[in-house]
Write a protein that binds this ligand. Structure first.
Ligand code: NAP
Length: 264
């Protein structure tokens, strides 16, 4: 299937590793001009991708990144708001409503909601000039599974879902589609880095980190596939939603979660 992404301009946040890197590579392989935003550039990013070094905790960074896409390629067709998860310096999972304090809540919303809001705000006028575009926001299954674990993270992602739907309603008639993807647990640094989620759960469950990844976490999260999601599986879903082949899909949420979500 030709995704008709060749020559389109795509901005991807959090593109240096994990899901964002898989997205940047996939869109570049499809022939898109990729503008990759993260604090650092990694060797894995496609050479032809334009890298914008930016800290998305800085409120000025999103507008600068969008301006750079316009400067380099004359506009913007695809926006993938992928940066998110634990804000810099934070480790998730974090258990208990009473655990995160004001500063924790603020950082969580800054990274997972406000940065995406700011990028969308900068991108919409630019997309309108081109007659539309596709925005894909990477949310999480946690947005719709409230509980004691990661309440601030889930709340920020739930708000991102709300914003995504609202923007899809407002701008659908002018050619901008907005969708979310809700991954389940994805095998990225978030899980595997030293002190990451696998280590945290390992300390709780009394199993080593490798066993957490291969069996404890899939069982705990009741994944019907029995394994964590691969970043490429999320990237492939992003490419489809970014593509004009999805022209009638807007305001939707696509779960790429190994069966994490149980509701109909
Ligand atoms: N992994 C999961 O289990 C999972 C599950 C559900 C949803 N998600 C969602 O998927 C998205 C990606 O997660 P991931 O697991 O792929 O993350 P990851 O592997 O930790 O990568 C995070 C990316 O964000 C960038 N980043 C971090 N802090 C930044 C900052 N202050 N400013 C700009 N960029 C920053 C990182 O690059 P630099 O460090 O170079 O800045 C990196 O490219 C997030 O929205 C997350 O909520 C993940």
């Amino acid at each position: 299937m030709d995704l008709e992404l060749s020559g389109r301009v795509a901005l991807v946040t959090g593109a240096s590793k994990g899901i964002g890197l898989a997205v940047a590579r996939t869109l570049a392989d499809e022939g898109a001009h990729v503008v990759a935003v993260s604090r650092t550039r990694t060797a894995e990013l496609p050479e032809k991708a334009v890298h914008v070094a930016a800290d998305l905790m800085d409120p000025q960074a999103p507008a600068r990144a969008v301006a750079r896409a316009v400067e380099e390629f004359g506009g913007l067709d695809v926006l993938v708001n992928n940066a998110g998860g634990p804000p810099p310096g934070v480790t998730l999972p974090r258990v208990g409503f009473l655990t995160p304090q004001d500063a924790d809540w603020q950082a969580m919303f800054e990274f997972n909601l406000f940065s995406a809001v700011r990028v969308i705000r900068a991108a919409v006028p630019v997309m309108l000039e081109r007659g539309g575009g596709s925005i894909v926001n990477i949310s999480s299954g946690s947005a719709v599974q409230p509980g004691a674990m990661n309440v601030d993270y889930g709340a920020a992602k739930a708000a991102l879902n709300h914003v995504s739907k609202a923007v899809s309603e407002e701008y659908g008639s002018r050619g901008i589609r907005v969708n979310t993807i809700s991954p389940g647990p994805v095998l990225t640094d978030w899980w595997t880095k030293e002190g990451g989620a696998a280590d945290v759960i390992s300390a709780m469950a009394g199993a080593d980190a490798a066993t957490v990844v291969t069996s404890v976490a899939p069982e705990m999260m009741r994944l019907v596939t029995g394994r964590l999601v691969r970043p490429q599986e999320v990237a492939d879903a992003v490419a489809l939603l970014a593509s004009p082949r999805s022209a009638s899909t807007t305001g939707a949420d696509l779960a790429v979660d190994g069966g994490f979500r149980k509701e109909l």
